[in-house]
Design a protein. Structure first.
Length: 488
């Protein structure tokens, strides 16, 4: 037998041993895509078991083809990790931060997505400035339930909505919201005063109160006379957030949201109820305006006329608390805080800025690169995701000094610009054209709350307090914020 025939016999087994090829609809294409099943099989699966079909199709089309694409791509760096069927949702910020703490710029895989982490202030400035080159990342179905609006819009849609909403957050408009701020804070303070014992002190977890305070303030300022309806919407949103977080922490299977589970049905019910409530409030106000009723000075009224996050993690040293109280009493005495007085609260502003530096609401932000783009000396191909680790930037020793992880409000004694040396390194509200539209609203809310508390109470951390910042949508205290309140 010739050499050729020997080699051939080794390569080609007898015909009887050759397995028949699998059906065409189970064969992977070379480019990583999956051919669709024959129409009759699609129809049979869809009509006989639609939930199972959607689940299976999502699993096949949204997990393995992208993973196959990553393995064939030309990105340099660590190997692509295997497909994951759970969503990493860190209970503390440290796991996420530890993955990207590898220098000013670094590379990693986030599932099947190549991610470049940027900490250089000049490059941060360029990313925040070029909003059409570095776009907001598209959210998954869970995140879209929790946040859809200005924060997620891009291009003309974002520009249009920003233009509509801007007038509602002008300082003159914010002045008109102070009575609503004061009413909400006073209601919370009254509850605390009723809880203080005869000895004049009590241990209290203030975190739930502060969460309710924030939603209460927004309800009053946004919906005015429809305040109670607004509160109901926030209660529903809080329930929806808890369900979404619970879902994100469980085993993640693509398409699971299509199954009629108790949790999925409740999330859809809440979303529909929120949408219906908002439309009802808007339609009610629209009818009133058409009927000749004067426009209210709440946010909804302002928007209709135009178009017809941080006391929980505060660790204040006693001396800074005393300085802040002295300043508040000097500016306001025991009177109601006012807008002009807020501008004179230098120590309080320094404290709030330092809290936002140490514990920013979002520990990192992300942007997408849709076309090949230059970023400084870096050339980023299409498909790359950029991570902007706010927490690491705020704790960077090169930017903030060797005491970057210490609570030192005096670093802001001459303002944010001086503290940052003119660099883009303070990002609690983002930066550039897409900076948070509600930053002045949030700072005024915080100053009102802190001023009223300092007028009536002294406080200290409770021995039962456990310092465990937790990243669940935003940074918050994992085990609450237990403090001891003392009547003044």
């Amino acid at each position: 037998m010739s050499t050729f025939s020997l080699q051939k016999s080794k390569v080609s087994p007898p015909r009887s041993e050759v397995s028949p090829p699998p059906p065409v609809f189970l064969q992977w294409r070379r480019d990583g895509s999956l051919p669709l099943p024959p129409p009759f099989l699609l129809c049979f699966l869809f009509y006989s078991s639609p939930c199972f079909f959607r689940l299976l199709l999502s699993l096949l089309l949204f997990i393995f083809p992208p993973y196959s694409h990553c393995n064939s791509s030309a990105f340099f760096g660590p190997a692509t990790p295997p497909p994951r069927f759970s969503l990493p949702w860190p209970r503390t910020p440290s796991p996420t931060v530890s993955q990207i703490d590898r220098g000013k710029n670094s590379f990693m895989w986030f599932g099947p997505t190549p991610r470049v982490n940027i900490m250089n202030p000049e490059q941060l400035k360029e990313i925040f400035s070029k909003i059409y080159d570095f776009r907001k990342t598209g959210g998954n179905p869970l995140s879209k339930l929790l946040a859809t609006g200005l924060v997620t819009y891009d291009d003309e849609k974002w520009a249009k909505h920003r233009k509509i909403i801007n007038p509602a957050f002008h300082l003159e408009k914010l002045k008109n919201m102070l009575p609503a701020f004061h009413q909400s804070c006073s209601d919370m303070i009254s509850k605390w005063e009723s809880l203080v014992s005869e000895e004049g002190s009590i241990e209290l977890d203030v975190w739930p109160y502060l969460q309710n305070l924030s939603s209460d303030m927004i309800s009053r300022t946004a919906f005015g006379s429809s305040y109670e309806e607004g509160r109901k919407i926030f209660e529903l949103q809080r329930e929806l957030a808890e369900l979404a977080i619970k879902s994100a922490q469980s085993i993640y299977i693509p398409g699971w949201r299509f199954l009629p589970t108790k949790m999925n049905k409740r999330m859809k019910e809440i979303d529909k109820e929120i949408q219906a409530s908002l439309k009802g409030i808007i339609n009610k106000r629209e009818r009133a305006i058409k009927g000749g009723e004067a426009r209210n000075d709440d946010l909804l009224g302002i928007l209709m006329e135009s178009n017809l996050k941080n006391m929980g993690t505060r660790r204040m040293h006693p001396n800074w608390q005393a300085l802040a109280r002295e300043e508040v009493l000097q500016v306001f005495g025991q009177n109601k805080p006012d807008f002009d007085g807020f501008n004179r609260l230098k120590v309080v502003s320094m404290i709030l800025y330092e809290v936002l530096r140490l514990y920013p609401p979002a520990i990192f932000l992300t942007r997408n690169v849709e076309e090949e783009t230059k970023l400084g000396k870096l050339c980023l191909p299409a498909g790359v995701q950029i991570a902007l680790p706010t927490l690491l930037v705020h704790h960077d020793h090169e930017l903030w000094g060797d005491d970057a992880q210490e609570f030192k409000p005096e670093r802001f004694s001459e303002g944010v610009s001086k503290a940052t040396k003119g660099q883009v390194s303070f990002l609690p509200f983002g930066w550039g054209p897409r900076i948070c539209i509600g930053q002045s609203f949030a700072m005024m809310e915080a100053k009102m709350t802190l001023s009223l508390i300092l007028q009536r109470f002294a406080f200290e951390l409770s021995p039962s307090y456990a310092h465990a910042p937790c990243s669940i949508i935003t940074l918050q205290p994992q085990y609450g914020a237990h403090i001891i309140l003392h009547n003044l």
